[in-house]
Structures are given as structure tokens and as C-alpha cells.
Design a protein around this ligand. Structure first.
Ligand code: WTA
Length: 659
């Protein structure tokens, strides 16, 4: 797609003179001024002001920031003390205990409840007291493997209340992935549920946990939320019901006094190498940026009802279901179901029923719903929607326009928000009412962000407009992750050493003639499927765990629906015997589901006699990528291949699979 041909999309009139005046103001100058201040010589004063205005500090800070990307020792507000749970719950509960904090929309339509700030404070306190009674102390980790229930929010905040570090594992991960994560962060406590419900199906959550914990010797306690009430297996002494334990403890727990640099959570994410990394975020900086991005990027006002449809197990859920909305004292939705259950009108019924002011989802969901036709959207009253957000992958202009025309009805702002688990919160996005949009561009950096495009070879910063390179950020900002759990050298190696003095995102990007930023996708071996970040190395490692597999190579191909899809090539051990190729392919798919989770299963698996390799044995993924992309006639020079004849075999295999 050429960025030159894209026209600038004007700000909807409603955001220029509507009832809620946008925080930034109806012109780009206000943004430019605030951005210049936030990165200029008085940047620290600007941040100090924001931090004091936005959060409640038990002990205010004197130092705003210290350290640098060069040294990998960044801190923010290091001598300040605060509590994230107090900031997200108590502040609002004392002001108005009946105000809605959470709108829980269950899997079946009509199963919704609203939880007030007062109720949330009691639930958070009770869970915190249960954890304390089990000896959980400041700095201990607690693993959370919960479906999308409102109590999951209470579990996050209960940890934050006592200074325990939550490590949430997306409930789509397999028991093996869960086991590895629980062991990596050495949790003594796991919080889970009996079962989950999603899209009309029951998910055996507790059984997955039980399987995982067979190999987690350090886990002593499991707190089990009753979601469906069906019978589940039980380990006496270890497993305790949430409703029974919380009934035994006082319903107030004083919030712990915590340093701003106290770790708030660990969230595992995939990278170029096999083992997932436990990304660590800290209390003060993370909370400040979640609160500020929610306020400015989404223009959230006091009585808004925020609808983020992500899963709480990913960073978008952490920042924009839990911490961002609650740190602003607004209502947030916890949506348990899928966009198409029971019909493709579900999202819009939810917006209509709950009068959501904001709607935030991934382009994949938009592409899926677009296929089902406009009539599902047109039926609903979506007039409350002011801002619609997209996240997780580049949004194609068709999806952007569909959101704008049918969901926003040209009266809502569309914000394409770029961020990562590591950046913690949105770092590039338009500001409603202030920035005119170009469909497909995440537009401009957030406050404090000094985006830089670097030449991938020389590492030199590319100045001016009309340049393309790898995306990096020059100076630290409050919500940048601090480290990889128990592996600081990995943090330095992956993110800070590739381009000294910069944080390296792993994405390529372009700055067009107007200075707008376009994210071009990953430049490493990460594949983005439906906004889920998958590591090719991790999937390859899963495949070779199968008895028959000798070697595996995984590549990403573009996919109309899911953005990208996983294609895997496998060679077999010479003496391995099997019934049929179809059944073997199924087994390999099961292997990936079992090792990582169903969402990582390859779309296609090709059994091949050999992989294209150079004479020195390096696998040439480029060739497989081109063949799958239908560019098999443009492979260029193949003379470096050890056995060029394999290319024809691969082409034939791929062609046969696509018939
Ligand atoms: C991609 C998800 C284009 C990007 C929040 C990044 C995007 C990775 C966008 C992080 C966007 C996220 N446009 N690409 N608006 N948002 N990405 O850690 O490749 O799960 O590096 O965080 O998603 O994925 P993660």
C-alpha cells in the first residue's frame, strides 16, 4: 500500500463541538505543544506535574527519573511511594461507592452484572487477605490463570494491594506453557477457576491447572473461583474455594506502602528465541502511563463506559481493561464471550445495552465481522460511541473504513494504537479531536515518546520525513518495562544492545512526508496471528518434540482474516513410520496445541524430504516464505543452496495443499 495515495481523514464534527470537549483540544497545535514540553529540556517537570495530578502518592517523589537505555538501569519516581490498588479502587470507592467499576458481560447474552467501586474494594480486600493468610509477602509472585470474569480484576488488584507480583497467564495457553511460566517465576500460589465459558463452550480450566501443577513443586495453594459450578477434581490441602476463603477473612485490607519501582507484574511474551520472556513492569511508571494514555488517547471522561474487548491475559487487557480505566475511575467492561456468539451482532448489542462510550478491539475481529455484513451493525444503536480503538496489528484501510462508516458512523474518532507488552502502554496513536487520521497509520508519538527510525545496518538515526527503518525510542518513558524476570542480561541483549542508546521495538516503520508513522510489522522471527504474538522458534521447538520430526521451519504468511498465519515445514527421521500424512499432520498440530496452546496451531503443515539450506546448513526461510506467498517464480539466486532441487518439491507440496 502506498502511503502517498492516502488522504487525510478529517476530525468528526462531533469531536470539535460535542458535549465532551476533547482533552487535547480540537487542533494539532495543542498536541504539539504538550509533546514538545514532554520531551524538551523541562520534560521532568512536565512528568512530575502529570504524576502528581494523576495519581495519589503516599509519599511524593523527589526524583522524577534516573538511569538510561545505555546503562539499562531506567527508573521513574524511584523515591516515591504509592499503591496501585488504592489508586484504582479506594480513591473512587470513597468518593462514590455505588459508581460502576466493572460491567461483566457473561458468555450468554443477558448474563451481565455491574460491580460498583464499593463492591470491588471489598472483593479486592478479601482476596488480598486470603493471600496474606497464606503467607504471600511483598515481592512474592502469584500466578493467575482465570477466564474473563470480573473476579479476575479483583485478583490482579489483590496482588497489587499487598505488593505481590502478579503473573497472569492467558487462559488459552496449554498446561505445559502454564507449567513453564509458574516455574519460571516460582509462584507458591495460583489463582484459577473451576471452568470457563466462551462462545457456548466449556473450558476445563482447573484440569489444565491440575496437569500443569504436576510438575510445579513449589505451588502450595490454589484458589479456585466457582464459575460454572460443575464438579472438578480436587487436591485436598492445596485447593481452596474462592467463595469459602474470602468469607473467612475481614473485608478490608490496608494497602501496602510500595515504592514506585516495586514490580507490579510479570507478563510473558514471545520473542525470537524459544523461551518466553517474563517482562517486568513497575508500579508508578506503568500506572501513570496507563492512566494518561486512557485519558488522552481515548479521551476518557468521568462518566464514560470503556469497552476493551481484549483478553485480560495480554498486555492490552492489563492496561485497558484493568489499570487504565480503573486508575481514571471509569467503568470498564469484562466481556467473556466472542464477537460471533451467539451471532455476529454480539459486540454491537453489548455496546448498545451497556451504552459504551469506547470500543477497543483488534483488526482481526473487524475483518471477521465485516465478512458477516453490515446489517448486524446497523441494527444496534451505537450513538454513545465517541472513540473506537484498534490494536495489536496493522489495520488495513478496508477495516479502518468499515469501523469508521458502520460502527462510528463517521461521528466517532478512530484511534489506531501501537504498543507492545514491553512498552506497557500505547506509544504511538492519534489524539481524538486533535489529529486528523490516515487509515493504516498509527500517526504520532504519545507524550514523552521520542520515536526514531534507524538504519537497520548502520544503526544511524534517519532524520526528516519520507524515511523507512526500524522503530526505536530514544529516551525512557514511565511505563517502559524494566527487565526480564530474573534475566536482566536478556533484557539488555534483546532490547537495548542492538542499537545502543535506544529501546528497539523489533518492528519496522515508515515516517511519511507529513511526519505520520506507519508500522510495517516485525523485522524479527515473530509472527502476529490475530494480534497474538507468536515466536517461530517456539513453534519449531514444539514440533520437534514429536517423535517423528527431525527438523522444522516455521514461517509467517499474510492472511486475509488473521493478518498473518503460521505455516510449518517438517522433515521426518529416516526410520519413522506413520499411517498417513493426513493423520501425521493432525498429530503435529496437536503437538503445538499441547505445547503452546490452540491459538498457535499452524494453518498448514507440510511434510517435506528436506528443508532448503545453504551449504553451511543455514535454513533459508526466505524461500519458503516466497513459495507460500505465491512468489515461487521470483526466488532469485538459488546457487547458495546445498540442494536446489528441493525447491521444486516444496513448491509442489505447497501447491497441492492449497488446491
Ligand atoms: C504489533 C500488543 C501495527 C507490533 C499491544 C508489536 C501493531 C506487537 C499495532 C506487540 C498497531 C501492536 N499497528 N502493529 N497498532 N499494535 N502491533 O506485545 O508488531 O502482544 O511489536 O502487544 O504487535 O504485540 P504485543
Amino acid at each position: 500500500m502506498s502511503t502517498e495515495s492516502v488522504s487525510i481523514y478529517p476530525i468528526p464534527s462531533r469531536l470539535q463541538d460535542g458535549p465532551e470537549v476533547p482533552f487535547i483540544g480540537p487542533n494539532i497545535e495543542a498536541y504539539r505543544k504538550a509533546h514538545a514540553e514532554s520531551v524538551g529540556p523541562n520534560a521532568d517537570n512536565w512528568w512530575a506535574k502529570m504524576a502528581l495530578e494523576t495519581l495519589h502518592w503516599d509519599i511524593p517523589f523527589h526524583t522524577v527519573r534516573s538511569g538510561s537505555f545505555e546503562h539499562g538501569d531506567v527508573t521513574w519516581f524511584p523515591d516515591g511511594y504509592l499503591n496501585a490498588s488504592y489508586n484504582c479502587v479506594d480513591r473512587w470507592a470513597y468518593r462514590n461507592p455505588n459508581k460502576t467499576a466493572i460491567i461483566y458481560e457473561g458468555d450468554e447474552p443477558g448474563q451481565s452484572v455491574e460491580i460498583s467501586y464499593g463492591q470491588l474494594l471489598r472483593e479486592v480486600s478479601c482476596v488480598a487477605n486470603v493471600l496474606k493468610s497464606w503467607g504471600v509477602k511483598q515481592g512474592d509472585t502469584v500466578s493467575i490463570y482465570l477466564p474473563m470474569t470480573w473476579q479476575a480484576v479483583a485478583a490482579f488488584l489483590a496482588c497489587a494491594r499487598i505488593g505481590a507480583v502478579h503473573a497472569v497467564v492467558f487462559a488459552g495457553f496449554s498446561s505445559e506453557s502454564l507449567r513453564d511460566r509458574v516455574n519460571d517465576c516460582k509462584s507458591r500460589v495460583v489463582i484459577t477457576a473451576d471452568e470457563g465459558r466462551r462462545g457456548g463452550k466449556t473450558i476445563a480450566i482447573k484440569q489444565i491447572v491440575d496437569n500443569a501443577l504436576k510438575a510445579c513443586p513449589e505451588v502450595e495453594h490454589v484458589l479456585v473461583l466457582r464459575r460454572t459450578g460443575n464438579e472438578v477434581s480436587w487436591t485436598e490441602g492445596r485447593d481452596k474455594w474462592w467463595h469459602e476463603e474470602t468469607a473467612k477473612v475481614p473485608n478490608f485490607c490496608p494497602p501496602a506502602l510500595l515504592s514506585a519501582e516495586h514490580p507490579l507484574f510479570i507478563l510473558y511474551t514471545s520473542g525470537s528465541t524459544g523461551k518466553p520472556k517474563g517482562i517486568v513492569h513497575t508500579t508508578g511508571g506503568y500506572l501513570l502511563n496507563t492512566a494518561l494514555t486512557l485519558k488522552y488517547v481515548f479521551d476518557v471522561h468521568e462518566n464514560d463506559r470503556f469497552g476493551c474487548m481484549a483478553d485480560m491475559g495480554w498486555i492490552t487487557g492489563h492496561s485497558y481493561i484493568v489499570y487504565g480505566p480503573l486508575a481514571n475511575g471509569v467503568a470498564t467492561i469484562v466481556f467473556e464471550s466472542t464477537p460471533v456468539y451467539p451471532t455476529p451482532g454480539r459486540f454491537w448489542e453489548v455496546v448498545d445495552t451497556h451504552k459504551l462510550t469506547h470500543f477497543y478491539t483488534a483488526p482481526t475481529a473487524v475483518r471477521l465481522l465485516r465478512r458477516h455484513g453490515e446489517h448486524w451493525v446497523e441494527k444496534a444503536d451505537l450513538s454513545t460511541l465517541r472513540v473506537i480503538g484498534s490494536v495489536g496489528e496493522p489495520i488495513n484501510p478496508e477495516a479502518w473504513h468499515w469501523l469508521n462508516d458502520y460502527v462510528g458512523r463517521r461521528q466517532a474518532a478512530i484511534v489506531d494504537t501501537f504498543f507492545q507488552t514491553e512498552t506497557g502502554t500505547v506509544v504511538i496513536a492519534p489524539f481524538p479531536g486533535a489529529i486528523e487520521c490516515k487509515p493504516g497509520s498509527a500517526t504520532v508519538p504519545f507524550f514523552g515518546m521520542e520515536a526514531a527510525l534507524l538504519d537497520p545496518v548502520t544503526g544511524k538515526e534517519l532524520e526528516g520525513n519520507g524515511v523507512e527503518g526500524v522503530l526505536a525510542f530514544k529516551r525512557s518513558w514511565p511505563s517502559i518495562a524494566r527487565t526480564v524476570w530474573q534475566d536482566h542480561s536478556r533484557w539488555l541483549d534483546v532490547y537495548l544492545k542492538p542499537y545502543p542508546g535506544y529501546y528497539f521495538t523489533g518492528d519496522g516503520a515508515l515516517r511519511d512526508k507529513d511526519g505520520y508513522i506507519w508500522i510495517k510489522g516485525r523485522v524479527d522471527d515473530v509472527i502476529n496471528v490475530s494480534g497474538h504474538r507468536l515466536s517461530t522458534a517456539e513453534i519449531e521447538s514444539a514440533l520437534i518434540l514429536h517423535d517423528g520430526v527431525a527438523e522444522a521451519a516455521v514461517i509467517g504468511a499474510s492472511d486475509e482474516l488473521t493478518g498473518q498465519s503460521v505455516h510449518a515445514f517438517a522433515t521426518l527421521k529416516p526410520d519413522f513410520e506413520y499411517d498417513s500424512e493426513a493423520s501425521l499432520v493432525k498429530e503435529l498440530s496437536v503437538q503445538v496445541r499441547k505445547t503452546i496452546g490452540p491459538f498457535a496451531a499452524p494453518k498448514k503443515i507440510y511434510i517435506v524430504p528436506d528443508l532448503p539450506k545453504t551449504r553451511s546448513g543455514k535454513i533459508m526461510r526466505r524461500i519458503m516464505r516466497k513459495v507460500v506467498a505465491g512468489e515461487g517464480d521470483q526466488l532469485g539466486d538459488l546457487s547458495t543452496l546445498a540442494d536446489p532441487s528441493i525447491v521444486e518439491v516444496i513448491k509442489a507440496k505447497v501447491a497441492a495443499a492449497h488446491c
